[in-house]
Write a protein that binds this ligand. Structure first.
Ligand SMILES: [Zn+2]
Length: 610
């Protein structure tokens, strides 16, 4: 038996849901879905009629049908995706997945009139609509969606915008995806220059070899530089489209380019501004962490190619692989310290075979948590091969699973939450287990590995993410006047790096505006601040775990259960008794990180002392 098979995780069991792609239960669910979709057309006709009473009744019936259809479609979809994750070549799953696309499109088209009705209706009509006890749980979602109703154009205009966007803003996003998929670069690996795609080169920026990282980073930047006019055209067009849409939607009152991102994250502008101000005021702490990371590599300073560097190898005391069952024990014990039921939950996930942890060549990379919508039973997907980072990944995904588990009895309309709160339970679980691993680690290498991950998170969330935000904001402001030239984009990006990293950085990353995919996602903008928010918010919750007089678990579960039915501000006020639009919560959370940076420095001192 090899070390791999001893430590490898188990495969999951999906048979509670469906036995295989040929399971007749799939056809039963899909035909039920069809029957429900067939009822939508006639209700849509009633919805558009003048009789308000009939229309409200039709809207209520549509809302119930919509939930039912989503539940059926998602259940089959999750199954197909679980199979494809384990084996991307699974023909049956490919076909099943493909056949679901038609349902998804049909579902989207058929329920669009309901979404428009809810946004367009008067307050009285909405009150009537919500008077049905089965509809009432959706009150938050309805209210949240209606907050942006002043932005709506006429139905005809919306339809034109939607049609044009396919060959407009989305085409620029597609162009970028094409470029990043086909762009080649030359990287020196060992003594040999190799030609490779930028994604492959990007994996080399995670190498433990200093020169290798820098060399790969330089090659990637050279490649992007050769495409700087195309990238500039794309990024200018995407921002230009968004600014024009804000202008067009400003009929009733001014629409800002940050309105949509903060709304989507269910936070206020004031909260966003406060968060970034506090992060900026505390950048010295994160810079200190970056300088310590450079010191661990015996370097003068941190380069932009060091962002994803692994912990340096110091030798002296090897790493002992951790078997899957042992990992479950570690996590269950750490979770169980909060409350025995949290530990029991972890064991239940393993006992039920709800975790996929095998190592296999056809498996998709990455890790995620998903859930079946009919049974509300979660599943965790990953590749477990016995490393400490695997244990932490497992703890992270089990956090997501726990989050959905405590919400499993809630109405469908209260289950989804914004990205800002999505990582609360996962980061919490991860931090819990990281602290447990640290407490039981015996070698300096093990300690260094764990603390390194902590410092990397700190610098990437508190320096790199804000750098992206600052660039994007400055770019939108400048783009109001005219498109920017590649050189201007480079300068703007370098200034953003400088402003956050200061002297912790040997040089900026001027081509980051081109090499970072996030600036080219045509469906959403400012895909950066939610990471900073989620990181600090979850650590803020974590910091309270010992200070709630034995009532923490109860409060924690209550908080998680509310994530799908209130804004982040209301959630924090209710459960943490803090205001997210004021500095003190964020300030206290960042201050709690200082001792972790101190501990890292102390470890480096110990390593230096030999
Ligand atoms: Zn996560």
């Amino acid at each position: 038996m090899t070390a791999l098979t001893q430590t490898m995780g188990p495969s999951w069991d999906l048979s509670d849901e469906y036995e295989s792609v040929d399971d007749p239960k799939i056809q039963v669910d899909l035909s039920e879905l069809n029957d429900s979709l067939d009822k939508v057309g006639s209700l849509n006709v009633v919805l558009e009629q003048q009789n308000a009473v009939d229309a409200v009744a039709a809207a209520q019936a549509l809302a119930k049908l919509s939930e039912q259809c989503e539940r059926l479609l998602e259940n089959v979809y999750v199954f197909a995706n679980c199979l494809l994750s384990v084996n991307a070549q699974d023909e049956g799953a490919q076909k099943l997945n493909g056949s679901l696309q038609i349902y998804r499109k049909r579902l989207g088209d058929l329920f669009e009139p309901l979404a428009q009705y809810i946004d367009g209706a008067s307050e009285e009509v909405i009150a009537q609509y919500l008077s049905d006890p089965e509809i009432l749980p959706s009150a938050f979602l309805v209210k949240h969606s209606r907050q942006r109703r002043h932005e709506n154009l006429s139905l005809a205009e919306e339809s034109i915008v939607n049609g044009l966007s396919q060959s407009g803003i989305h085409a620029w996003g597609d162009l970028y995806d094409q470029l990043s998929g086909s762009l080649q670069c030359e990287v020196l690996v060992g003594n040999e220059t190799q030609n490779m795609g930028v994604a492959q080169a990007s994996a080399l920026t995670m190498s433990a070899d200093d020169d290798q990282r820098q060399c790969a980073w330089q090659a990637i930047n050279d490649a992007w530089e050769s495409q700087d006019e195309s990238c500039a055209a794309a990024i200018n067009a995407i921002a230009g489209w968004r600014l024009e849409m804000c202008e067009q939607r400003s009929g009733e009152r001014e629409v800002h380019y940050l309105d949509a991102p903060v709304h989507m994250n269910r936070i206020s502008r004031q909260t966003l501004d406060t968060l970034l101000e506090v992060a900026f005021d505390n950048k010295a702490l994160a810079q200190r962490a970056a300088k310590l990371q450079a010191r661990a590599y015996a370097k003068e300073g941190f380069g932009p190619w060091d962002n994803r560097a692994p912990a340096p190898i110091i030798g002296g005391g090897g790493i002992v692989p951790i078997a899957f069952n042992e990992a479950i024990d570690i996590i269950a014990t750490a979770y169980g310290d909060i409350d025995p039921s949290m530990g029991a939950f972890v064991r239940m996930m393993a006992d039920n075979k709800w975790v996929e942890g095998t190592v296999g060549p056809a498996k998709r990379p990455g890790a995620y948590c998903t859930g079946f919508t009919k049974s509300r039973h979660p599943r965790v997907y990953m590749t477990f091969s016995g490393g400490q980072s695997d244990v932490i990944t497992l703890a992270h995904e089990l956090g997501h699973a726990f989050h959905s588990w405590v919400m499993r009895d809630l109405p469908d309309s209260q289950l989804s939450y914004g990205m800002s709160l999505a990582e609360t339970a996962s980061t919490f679980g991860e931090t819990l287990v990281r602290d447990a691993l640290l407490a039981k680690s015996t070698s300096q290498q093990e300690k260094l590995d764990i603390m390194w991950e902590e410092m990397s998170a700190l610098t990437s969330f508190m320096l790199n993410i804000p750098t992206r935000f600052e660039f994007e904001q400055n770019f939108f402001e400048a783009r109001r006047k005219r498109p920017l030239r590649p050189q201007e984009l480079k300068n703007m990006m370098s200034e953003a790096w400088q402003s956050w990293y200061g002297d912790a950085l040997t040089e900026p990353d001027p081509m980051f505006w081109a090499s970072k995919l996030h600036f080219y996602i045509s469906g959403l903008s400012f895909y950066n601040f939610p990471y900073l928010f989620g990181y600090l918010f979850s650590l803020g919750v974590y910091a309270r775990k010992d200070a709630s007089g034995g009532r923490f678990y109860e409060q924690y579960v209550a908080l998680l259960r509310d994530t799908g039915r209130m804004s982040a501000e209301d959630l924090a006020a209710k459960h943490l008794n803090v205001r997210l639009d004021e500095a003190s919560f964020w300030q206290a959370t960042i201050a709690s990180l200082e001792s972790r940076v101190d501990a890292f420095e102390q470890l480096l001192d110990e390593i230096d002392a030999g």
